[in-house]
Design a binder for this molecule. Sequence first.
Ligand code: ZN
Length: 344
Amino acid sequence: MRHITTAEMTTPEMSEAESLEVTKIYSISGFLSDGHALIKSRPFRAPHHNASLNALIGGGANAMPGEVSLAHNGVLFLDELAKFPNRTLDALRQPVEDKKVCISRVNGTHTFPSNFMFVTAMNPCPCGYFPGRKCTCTDYEIIKYRNRISGPIMDRIDIQKSVHPVNFFEASKGETKRRTSAELRAVVERARKIQQERYRNEEAVYCNAQMTTSLMQQYCGLDHASLELLKTTCEAFGYSARTIHKLLRLARTSADIDGVPEIRSIDIQKVLRLRDLDKSNSSLLVVKSARMQDQRECQVPVNCNQLMKKRDELHNKELLQTIEHSSRSFEEIMDFLTADDSQE
Ligand SMILES: [Zn+2]
C-alpha cells in the first residue's frame, strides 16, 4: 500500500506537465520506485546540514541532479539553516534565483530545473531561547549567529516568522479553531486557480511568485494609504527593491486568498507583519565605542532589567548614536546602560 506523505496532503496538485518534469529528474537519478510510471505528488526534500555541495546542488562524475532539482515543483526544506556551511548557502543563490542549475563537467554542461519552494528553519539565537528569559546569549552573539545567513540569501526569503513556544495551558483549553491541512489546501488551490486565470496569456507565468515587474505594475496597484504605509515601513527598515517586490507579490496573494480583485490596505498590513527577523534584528543592541579597541562588546549583559528598560525608553538607533559619538570607555557605557533612573 502506498503511503500518502504530509506534503502530498497539503500541497496543490501538479499539472501533467509538472508531473512529467519531476518524473524525468527522478528517472535519471534512479529514484523512480517500482510500479510508478508517473510521479503525481509534489516532492518534499529535506537534506541534512552535513550534505555535500554536490549532493545539494548536483554534480559528481556523472553530473547527477542534486537536492535542488529533486525538489523541483515541490518543497526544499533546510532545517537548522545556520548550521549549513557558508559555501553551500552561497551556492543556493543561483538555483533559487534562476530556477535552474548548470553543472559543468569535462564532457559537457548539464542544466537541470530547480523551481522549488524554499522552506527553512533556524533557532533565534545560539542557545535557542531568545527572546525568553532562559536565553543566555548576548546581543552580539545573536547578531553573529544570525549573520551566518548572508543578506542576499535573507533577501530571497519572502516570509520570515518567529514561532513562539506552545503555551500548554492555553493549548489544552482547545478553544482555538485550527484549520486542517485539507482546508488550507483548498484555500491554496482556489488562490492558484485565480492566478492561473490571470496569467493565462503570459508565457511561463503561472503564479504571483513569477510576476515580472511589468506584470506587477498591472496587477499590484495600491491606494494612497497603502502606498504611504509601505513607504514608511520600507524606509524604516531600509528594504531593498527586491524586498519591496516580494512584499507586493505577497500582498497580491493575500488578496487572491480572500478572492478580492484589488490589493487592500489590510493586505499590506498583513505582509508587513511577515518579516519578523528584520524587526527582531533592529531591536538588538551591540555597543561600540571609539575608545573600545578590543571585542568587549560581546560582554554586554542581556537579561539585565535595567538594560532592557533603557532599551525600551530610547529608540535603538538613538541609543547607538549616543554611545558611538560619546567615545566613552566600556565601563562608562555599561554604567550608562545599567543606570537605574528611578533611584536618582
Ligand atoms: Zn539565546
